[in-house]
Ligand binder design. Sequence first.
Ligand code: NDP
Ligand code: DGY
Length: 322
Amino acid sequence: MQAFVTRRIPREGLAALSQAGVCSIQQWDSDEPIPRSELLAGVAGKHGLLCLLSDQIDKEVLDAAGSNLKIISTLSVGVDHLALEEIKKRGIRVGYTPDILTDATAELSVALLLAACRRLPESAEAVKNGGWTTWKPLWMCGYGLSDSTVGIIGLGRIGQAVARRLKPFGVKKFLYTGSRPKPESAVEFQADFVPLTKLAEESDFVVVTCSLTPDTKGMCNKDFFSRMKKTSVLINTSRGAVVNQEDLYQALVSGQIAAAGLDVTTPEPLPTDHPLLSLKNCVILPHIGSATYATRSAMSVLAANNLLAGLKGESMPSELQL
Ligand code: NDP
Ligand code: DGY
């Protein structure tokens, strides 16, 4: 059997693949994304595909792969880059990497929230550029978590892990929204299930940790921001497309909301002349939620083991239910 790997991945994952003796490996051995033409050529005739969230696995790629393709293993928990209907129709199984990246992503979400609400990049910059002239009572003030209301959009694995980390900061109330109430997840935080509009109106911090679906695309838009408090902060560590970036820009410029922190954007990378990058009250990171050495290594091993199990016709350690 033959498998195609679309990027350089941590050596632990590659070792797991190559030492298993299950398939021969062809790899795009670069840190840079594979050009589309190389992807289409690379997948041809392969039985397995190990891909990244930056690879759009659509009908064209599936057609190029042909009928040999039985397994797609993505090095991510997010699966919005996969044409799932088409994949299901063809009887292809999908592996992904939930759970093992939850802690790292929740930690980064908290770091980003604190960076945005306490103005850390702006303050650090002032130290370097001479903006720091003296201790001033009214300078570089932000918003703290004590006694606050935090709204979580998507109380899934990462959403719960974020709430767990924020609770000790003295959060007074947690709200959450989703497709249905989840009392079993919410009980730990005594979180209230509310409509999106109420979450916008009542939260001091909104943390977006949902998956990107047709329902969540553009969910944080003009109407949503217009309901938020002027002192509130938006954090997005899910997918860029959940937030309407033009509407976010207007909300930040006009003072409709106080600040934002984004680990994910549309597109990625965000062009360096993008208007959001001109704003002091917007902290933008380059999609590093899961970027600890240990997590990326574990993700690569899980993705490799998903692929190998699938190729052998066995149950995968983490298989997406299609
Ligand atoms: P989960 O499946 O555990 O959680 C996803 C959540 O999204 C669920 O709670 C689900 O709620 C919610 N959701 C779905 N539809 C809606 C909706 N219409 N409104 C509100 N919430 C909704 O996934 P994870 O927590 O493991 O991961 C979540 C996402 O985080 C991933 O899909 C990925 O895109 C992103 N991610 C980003 C990383 C980064 O580096 N920044 C790292 C890892 C993940 P319900 O069950 O009620 O539908
Ligand atoms: C994912 O897994 O979906 C992240 O975006 C990267 O770890």
